[in-house]
Design a binder for this molecule. Structure first.
Ligand code: TMP
Length: 234
């Protein structure tokens, strides 16, 4: 697969064209940002670990009937993916309170809920990815009603699948963020699923094995990502 020109560079990944019009290469960087890029740094070999973790998770989800952009693992930092038009809405699922939800609702980290929480954010770095609802999505034509229904259906199924997947690895899926894309008229899962985009707490110890170690300077950042990779690879 020939790597062509750079199409897009984001905070953690770069997309490259290939010799096939409907496929692109997703390259994972070591760059890390937090708090809408107010905090910047690098996490050594994060790109390698997130590429492997995301590849495993996309394979698992595809096996369980979720359409994804994942085609194949190419090299340490590269995966081949379908070329989608990203829906400019970030979808967050929360199973326990952490991060911005604690500020939003005035609850302590770790608080449990009666049911999972589904949130939408407008994917706009210049606005700080603000929290929005379905009415904003429809009014600004970010997605159609049918697309929102599909996204919600996939998201709740992914939460069930991934919560069980991680529980088997003695990890609790606290929350996570998904992005979807349009491909040949259908909605498919895109972007990545990794310790950058999930909160994962070790069952028993409560140790945080995700990007919160970087966000809050908790140390052992690389070790945490490696620990998740070790478990996901089992
Ligand atoms: P939050 O508590 O900061 O809103 O984050 C919720 C989840 O979404 C958490 O697992 C981290 C993930 N996330 C991203 O993947 N990208 C982002 O830009 C943000 C803010 C959160």
């Amino acid at each position: 697969m020939d790597k062509g020109t750079k199409i897009y560079e984001g905070k953690a990944k770069i997309m490259y064209a290939t010799d096939q019009a409907d496929l692109v290469i997703q390259y994972f960087k070591d760059d890390a940002t937090a708090f809408n890029a107010a905090k910047k740094g690098t996490i050594t070999r994060k790109g390698v670990m997130n590429n492997k973790i995301s590849s495993k998770i996309f394979e698992f989800l595809a096996f369980h009937g979720i359409p994804t952009h994942f085609e194949k693992y190419l090299s340490e930092r590269e995966m081949l993916v379908k070329k989608v038009a990203i829906v400019p809405v970030e979808v967050v699922v929360r199973n326990r309170a952490a991060g911005s939800l604690c500020r939003l609702m005035g609850v302590k980290e770790g608080t449990t809920f009666a049911s999972p929480i589904l949130e939408f954010c407008y994917k706009r770095d210049d606005l700080g990815d603000p929290l929005i609802n379905e009415s904003h999505i429809l009014a600004f034509q970010l997605a159609t009603a049918a697309e929102i229904a599909t996204i919600k259906e996939y998201t709740l199924k992914i939460n069930d699948l991934l919560s069980k997947f991680f529980k088997n690895l003695a990890l609790e899926l606290i929350d996570f963020k998904l992005e979807f894309g349009r491909y040949k008229g259908a909605i498919i899962l895109a972007d990545e699923i990794s310790p950058d985009t999930c909160r994962l707490w070790e069952i028993g110890t409560g140790k945080k094995l995700d990007k919160d170690r970087f966000r809050h300077n908790l140390g052992d950042i690389e070790e945490a990502y490696q620990e998740v990779l070790n478990r996901v690879s089992k």
